[in-house]
Design a protein around this ligand. Structure first.
Ligand SMILES: NC(=O)c1ccc[n+]([C@@H]2O[C@H](COP(=O)([O-])OP(=O)(O)OC[C@H]3O[C@@H](n4cnc5c(N)ncnc54)[C@H](OP(=O)(O)O)[C@@H]3O)[C@@H](O)[C@H]2O)c1
Length: 218
């Protein structure tokens, strides 16, 4: 499956590109500036373990894939999604965006009028299937494709079939277990939790990830 990443030149987008490419998926890595996309994709393509081709494209071209991840900062996420509404129509759009702000030495969640970034994106993409996922996995672990990603991933959406497809993709990442966290309204809690995890990382000089206990696992 050709996978697009809008905002693919940042830490999150690059790591995701590496990980999904290592599973064999071709990647359209998007940027607002084609030169940045080409430079980044050339860098990533030299990485050991790459299988699927990573091509640098504009965000517009990245949005023309079957499944498209949004990996921009929260400030630009809704306007970027709106500008790509035509291309994203009928597509699965995965938001991994967190609305966070630094207050003193602490990260704090921002509470948006729509509740979450994912809901703000769904509001401007009524013809797309928005799924919220991958908020908590640090880019470093995601991009370390020589090893597994030891984490549960809470996934939510108002579109069950699209959520299932994203969960199948995520479950193909070694170590990672996706969990159905319900409808898109739950993204507010999931996105906000990212601030807590980052603060734990700072406080305990660690890199935390989520594992939910009490579930029956195979
Ligand atoms: N970093 C992580 O560990 C991690 C983990 C999970 C989730 N996330 C989430 O993933 C998202 C991206 O994180 P990141 O660390 O990769 O962020 P980033 O490096 O700050 O930004 C990613 C890319 O977005 C583009 N961009 C920047 N400002 C923009 C704007 N106003 N409008 C549209 N595009 C813009 C830039 O690409 P171009 O200039 O090339 O267009 C940039 O390289 C964030 O929402 C973050 O909360 C991050």
């Amino acid at each position: 499956m050709q996978i697009g990443i809008v905002g693919g030149t940042g830490a999150a987008g690059k790591s995701l590109a590496l990980r999904l490419s290592s599973l064999g998926h071709p990647i359209s890595l998007g940027s607002r500036a084609i030169e940045r996309a080409l430079e980044t994709s050339a860098d990533l393509s030299g990485h050991e373990g790459i299988i699927g081709a990573i091509g640098g494209v504009t965000n517009l071209e990245a949005a023309d894939c079957e499944m498209v991840f949004i990996a921009t900062p929260w400030e630009g996420a809704q306007s970027t999604a709106r500008s790509l509404a035509k291309e994203l129509s009928g597509k699965i759009v995965v938001s991994m965006v967190n609305a966070l702000v630094k207050v003193g030495s602490e990260m704090q969640p921002l509470f948006l009028p729509r509740g979450s970034v994912a809901q703000s994106i769904q509001a401007v993409l009524p013809q797309s299937y928005v799924v919220s996922a991958l908020h908590h996995v640090p880019a470093k672990e995601l991009g370390a494709i020589g090893g597994p990603v030891e984490s549960d991933i809470l996934v939510c959406s108002d579109h069950f079939e699209s959520k299932k497809r994203v969960m199948e993709l995520l479950d193909s990442i070694p170590g990672l277990v996706s969990l159905d966290a319900g409808s898109l309204v739950n993204s507010a809690a999931i996105e906000a939790m990212t601030a807590v995890l980052i603060n734990l990382n700072i406080r305990y000089k660690s890199r935390t990830a989520m594992r939910i206990t009490g579930l029956q696992r195979n």
